[in-house]
Ligand binder design. Sequence first.
Ligand code: ADP
Ligand code: MG
Length: 700
Amino acid sequence: MNPKNNFFDTNIAFSKGIGDQRALLLHGELGIETYRDMLLHYPFRYEDRTLLYKTTELNSQLSFVLLKGKITGMAMEGTGAKKRLTAFLSDGYGAVELVWFQGISWHQKNLNQHSEYIVYGKPALFSGKWSITHPEIDAVLPGQPLQARLTPVYPMTEKLRRKHIDSRVLYKAVESILERGYSEIPETLPLPLIRKYRLISKQDAILHIHLPASENSLHQARRRLKFEELFYNQLQLIRNKFYQKREQPGAVFDNVALVREFYEKHLPFELTGAQARVLKEIRGDMRNGVQMNRLLQGDVGSGKTIVAFISALMAFSNGYQVCIMAPTEILADQHFSNMQKMASRLGIKTGKLVGSTRRGERDILHSGLRDGSIQLVVGTHALLEDEVRFHNLGLCIIDEQHRFGVAQRARLQQKNTRISPHILVMTATPIPRTLAMTLYGDLDQSEIDELPPGRKPVATTHRFDRHRVAVFGFLREQIAQGRQVYIVYPLIEESEKSDLKDLMDGYESISRAFPDIHVSILHGKMKPKEKAFEMNRFARNETKILVATTVIEVGVDVPNATVMVIENAERFGLAQLHQLRGRVGRGGNQSFCILMTSYKLSADTKKRIDTMCRTNNGFEIAQADLELRGPGDLMGTQQSGAVELKVANLAIDGPILKEARVSAQEILENDPALAAPENQVIRAHLRHLGENATNWSRIG
Ligand code: ADP
Ligand code: MG
């Protein structure tokens, strides 16, 4: 369906049963303008719909019919070769005889009189009576749909429905388009791939995704379309990676003086094996003359910060600057104070730039970055602004909550016009492999899959609201032992008044329940200064309880805090719960996470809570989250528009994704320019995709 100005560009108005008025509606409501659009508007589910005949409707014109009725009696008739079992099926209108010459004893044993059956077969008239010999017969189970033809059900809008445009109108249109267009649908995958993975053709895939002949043909159609979708996703990502490696020279960081000095004099703890391995991977990237583009994944508390810092040292030693970009001001503050502590010992000058940074400070910072006297800057999106310029930027570290747009990555890179700085992306929460592959398939990937030694897993429990008194008692014990406590309230939208009220009510009731204890409060409506003030009081152990919204979600590090109470835990997603829990368990003491909920829980909520109580492993949690919510909601992928998959489902299509990735990799390795004859279909399809999709190829 690629070439322009062909049959598939025909306006949908010309399709059977559509016409001008309906075409306008379809365009306005569903964006369907051409035959091609119509064929690419896939059904989202299928109905088992069955054409049932009455026994009184049988006639000699019919070939196969489907009947439904009760068996009213059975009899053995005839002898020898004519020996047969006859069952009488009545549907309330009339009756037919069902006849078996074979499998007599099986049917005798398994068919129940007075039970209801669905029967499929060819009726014949013998001496005035209708009978079906050797029919397919199935007991009707309560609630089980009838197995017959699968009828497509299309995504629809209310307005279309009011105008009597329903799924039937759409599939009739599809039928008429396919009647003429089926054989015109061009193949979009190379033949060797189709053979290797036994995929059906594009033509059949389009036909059967709309009008499946059977469950199996629907399955094959889906598999083919999923493969294609994932193959092109991977092909484009891997092509960008290859392009980058070929085209983008990277600064070579040969001098390791500062790294050595840090190891010898200042290393606060011994690195874990995983941290050392990842640093070796990064070190390799930084000396091979090619720009690094690497994703670093690691669970909360796995120690990504020190890895980021040591990577930065590699740049400083070689006269380059480093910027670290974080998703929130609080996290930027945290990174800044961590980094500054370590950096000052080595004589490295650091700066911070966030939205609330004052003009005067900004000016000083800007000039320090321009003349190179400030070597490290930590900040938020504010770093992206044009007025932020560097003397010699060599490494960008991006700590992500959601994927920053590709464009934003590119903007950071452009801050050095002589040579593209190396890029290290760190995820705040682990993401499942399938998602990592589709979101970050253009990056090399490293994982910290080991926690620092001596960590005690956080003990997680679920408590109902009515256990609050006991929970408060427990908090008091922990505080008496010198520990600190977080109590977190949901605040989906910082502007939601009722949420803020919940938080304030909570704060008051906690202050009442703990009159002798200093309590801090933290929420998004507060000014950055006030936030920092409250946060610091808690970090210095001057307040024992911090009542907060999710603003504390990322990054905050107070090792003395050992209890995380999450109020209305049913309102949090799994990733968020895990992030919050990651705020405790950072010191040597046993830590606790208490999930508070009301009594009534949905099945999904129960699963989330159970998952949290069962495991501390971020990757496991991410996978469960993916299964529960689907990939669309995860990682803010919608908002960044990073991947939009129409048919593939990353929660279940891992195996297909793997095949697609391996194939894309192989093809590009053997034929990077896609010049081989069998790869021409790929080029053609990429051109077609390029018209509609983001062009990824120039990011680098
Ligand atoms: P995250 O990966 O969540 O950013 P951090 O870098 O904040 O994790 O590390 C969490 C805590 O673990 C910090 O207090 C840090 O000092 C400590 N830590 C990191 N690596 C080690 C290690 N190898 N041994 C002991 N403690 C470590
Ligand atoms: Mg961190």
